[in-house]
Every structure is written in C-alpha cells, then in structure tokens.
Design a protein. Structure first.
Length: 475
C-alpha cells in the first residue's frame, strides 16, 4: 500500500509529531505556528571520557530542549543502551505537551546516556554521572532556572543526588542550587511522595475516569475500579506503584504482569508486593510460585481484560500486535508505548486510550512541587500544620459543648489531623490529575472532529502553548 504509514518508516519522534498533527488539523492551526511548536529548540550531544578500571571509556549523552515558552524546561534523564538522539527528542516533545496538559508551568526537555548501568559499580556510576552532569551544566543545559532534569528509566534518587551535588560544587553562590534537579532523596531536598508519584497519578487517572459514566460506558465498562481485571506491562517504578495501589486501595484484580523475561498470569489476582520482591531477588518473573509463567510475555498484552496498562517503554504496541489487542481500555503509563500506526488501528477498533502525555504526568507534577519546595526552602506544611490541628481541636470542643455530645474517636482524629507534606503532595497530585481529566473529557465531547482522548489531549496542550506564542510573539 503506497501511503500506509508503518512502524518501519516512522521514528519515535515522527510518531509523536504525527499524533500532534491530528490536533493541529482539528484546530486548523497556521502551519508556521505548528512547525514552531513541533520543532525541538536545541539539542546537545556530549562525548566524554571516564577512566574505568584503569582504561578510558568514552560515553555519549544527549539533552534535548524541546520548548522554552516556560522556563525551566523539564524532563528526566534516561540511562539505557539503546538510547539515541531521536528518542530523546521524542521524549522531550512529550514533556512539552505533558506539562501543558496538567498546567505545570515548564517547557519540555529530556536527556539520555547510552550506557548499561548493570556493567558498572556504584562508584563508577557516580563518576560517570558527575561527569555527565558537569558537561550539561557547563554547556548551559542544567540549572534551576533553565533546565531541570529528573529520574527516568535507569536512573533514580542516587543519580539525582550526585547531579545536585555536582551543580552545588560548581555554583555554591546559587542559593537555589537544590532546585537544579528533582527526584532527589529526602535528605537532599527531595519531596515526600515523588517516588510513587507517577504510579499514584495513574491510579488517580483511573479513579477519575470511572467518575465519568459516559466515558465508562463508551469503553464497555461499568462500576468503579474495584474488581476490574487489569494487565500491567512493566513492574518498574511506575508499574509497581500503580499495581500496588490499584490492588490495595481499589481492590482491582491484577490478572497478569508482563516483564522482560516473560509474563505471570493469575486470574484470581497476583500478589503484587510478593512478585516485586521476587523480581528483585531473582532478576525476573520466571519461577514465581503464585501464577502461571508464559515465556513469550508480549502475547499477554493481547489477552482479554478490562484495563491494559503498558508501563514499560515505547514501541510495545505496534501495527504487528495492535489488531489483536482485546482490552476494553488502555492506560498509557509509559511514554510512547503505542506507535502511531498502532494507534490508528486501535482507534478504528474503538478501544479508548488514555494517552501517555496525560496519564504519566504525575511524575512531573510532583517534580514541580519539589522544585517549589526547593525555591521556598521550606517543607510543605511546616508553618500551618500545628495551627490547623489546634483549630480542629477548638472546633470539636465548640461542637461538643454546644451539643453536649461526644465526637467519635475516628472522626475526631480526622478533624484534628493537620496536613503534612505527604498529604499535601497527594492532594495536589489528585487535584491536578482530576482537573486535567475533566478538561480532557469535556474537550473530547465538545469537538465533533475529535473522537479520541489522545487528540483531545494534544488539542488542549497545543492551544495553551500556541497562546503563549501569540501573547509573546515570535522574534
Ligand atoms: N521522567 C519523568 C517523565 O517522563 C519525570 C519528569 C520530571 O519529573 O521532570 O515524565
């Protein structure tokens, strides 16, 4: 077929651009503005040497700044063997749209380092990370005001702590040094709840979806998340917290988990904590006693279920397997798990997809809270918490003396409880994901030309980004 767009002809960033193009079409956007929004502002490639076990090794890394209409530009740093410039650019573009969708006032950026972290010791990883950070700082691609990295695949709190410390050493005069990176450990200026944020955000998305009966019915579902049969691909930081919370707090049934070495199925529901522990001990799911092991894990994505949550990485549902997907609803917790060609097939099949740029925005949302905490140099709740508790106590005393009654202990505790940092972070995250869903759903239903959540999400993002171009002008 001459014009068929296939996975083989589209790179990740082209796939993201094609998805955005649907929204530009709906908005009848000026092609010049569309081109300005889609293009990546700047991209840095660094090749730097590090001495490892007495020998020099040269590492290649990238940092793409997709947009600067808001500063800082924000997005994670990925450590993976296959990472390349196109991938980093695609992920940076997704960050631009993501921040706009959830009203986080940042531009979009992303970094990557081509490395297999399992080949290096902790000390070696520290050397490599500090050197990479220095390159980014010296070349103007890392600072609290302009470009703020965060964790992504293959990186976590320890890398963020090394990056923050490297920046502090180079810029001790910058009073806001700790805001140069987010996802830091608590002891180094991190915020409570950042680690679980993306997974928890996914759960808030699902809960809000089920508060919209029209959308629930359109997916052929009913009720709430409780009892729903869910398949999750990837039990990494995002998938694990989403699975754990869906099971513990919503009583959903996690019937299959797909990992690198295969899948584990259990119709009665998998014990998520136990499986996570098993993966840490054994390096994979094979041999896990509480479920059936399937070697070709990706075939499990095609299994019939209520909700499919790809939470691993990009390009997992392609034109090869899209036609066989039989989930009622797809929640994209990873970045780019569905290619453009696969998305077209799934749209034609009528399977609703809540898109990555909305679904996994919980991470950057809590990064925003962490950044604010660092700029204000104070933990959330520190000033008001005890005052609120005292007010709660007075309220109870007033009610009890007016009614001559006593308040039940559990209610008393709830009223007296003053919000601590974790309460506030979760509340801010919940509010953000819910407000964004409401905008998403109303946009989907408002425009005749929009028939899917992804296009609705891009329309929302592009309208906001275009607004700032129009207000400020292009020069
Ligand atoms: N790497 C995460 C993402 O893809 C988090 C980005 C951030 O917190 O800045 O959204």
């Amino acid at each position: 077929m001459a014009n068929k767009i296939t996975q083989k002809t589209l790179s990740f960033s082209q796939s993201v651009n094609m998805m955005a193009d649907r929204a530009f079409k709906v908005l009848d956007m000026d092609p010049g503005v569309a081109a300005a929004i889609k293009s990546c502002d700047s991209i840095l490639q660094v090749n730097f040497p590090v001495t490892i076990r007495g020998r020099i090794e040269v590492f290649t890394g990238w940092r793409a700044t997709h947009s600067t209409h808001r500063l800082p530009s924000k997005g994670g740093i990925r450590y993976a063997t296959m990472v390349d410039q196109d991938e980093v650019e695609a992920l940076a573009a997704l960050m631009t749209y993501k921040c706009a969708i959830v009203d986080v006032p940042f531009g979009g950026s992303k970094g990557g380092l081509a490395i297999d972290p399992s080949r290096y010791s902790r000390e070696e990883m520290q050397l490599i990370t500090r050197r990479f950070a220095r390159e980014l700082i010296e070349k103007g691609f890392l600072s609290p005001a302009t470009n703020v990295p965060a964790p992504d695949m293959g990186t976590g709190e320890r890398e963020m702590a090394w990056i923050a410390d490297t920046y502090k050493q180079l810029h001790p005069e910058d009073i806001n040094y700790s805001a140069c990176v987010t996802g830091k450990p608590l002891a180094h200026g991190g915020v409570r709840g950042r680690m679980e944020a993306t997974g928890r955000g996914v759960v808030y998305v699902i809960r809000e979806f089920f508060r919209h009966p029209q959308d629930v019915n359109a997916a052929g579902l009913d009720g709430g998340p409780g009892g729903k049969r869910i398949i999750i691909q990837g039990l990494g930081n995002v998938g694990y917290h989403a699975a754990r919370l869906l099971q513990e707090e919503d009583e959903a049934r996690i019937i299959a988990i797909v990992e690198r070495d295969g899948a584990i199925i259990n119709e009665a529901g998998l014990p998520v904590e136990k499986l996570k522990e098993y993966i840490i001990q054994n390096g994979g799911v094979k041999g896990f006693p509480d479920g059936k092991y399937i070697e070709n894990g990706n075939t499990i994505l095609e299994m019939e279920c209520d909700i499919l949550i790809p939470a691993a990485m990009e390009g997992q549902i392609t034109e090869e397997n899209a036609g066989r997907i039989s989930a009622r609803l797809i929640i994209e917790a990873a970045n780019g798990p569905i290619t453009f060609a696969a998305d077209e097939i799934l749209r034609a099949k009528g399977i609703p997809i809540l898109p990555d740029a909305y679904v996994n925005a919980g991470g950057v949302t809590v990064s925003y809270f962490e950044w604010i905490r660092n700029l204000s140099h104070i933990r959330f709740g520190r000033m008001g918490r005890r005052f609120d508790e005292m007010r709660g106590e007075h309220l109870i005393t007033a009610i009890e003396s007016a009614t001559q009654g006593t308040t039940q202990e559990w209610l008393k505790n709830k009223i007296i409880h003053g919000a601590d940092e974790l309460d506030l972070v979760r509340s801010g995250l919940d509010d953000t994901m819910r407000m964004a869903y409401q905008e998403l759903s109303s946009t989907l239903h408002e425009y005749d030309a929009i028939t899917d959540f992804r296009t609705a999400a891009y329309v929302i993002a592009i309208k906001k980004i275009a607004r700032s171009y129009f207000d400020i002008g292009v020069n």
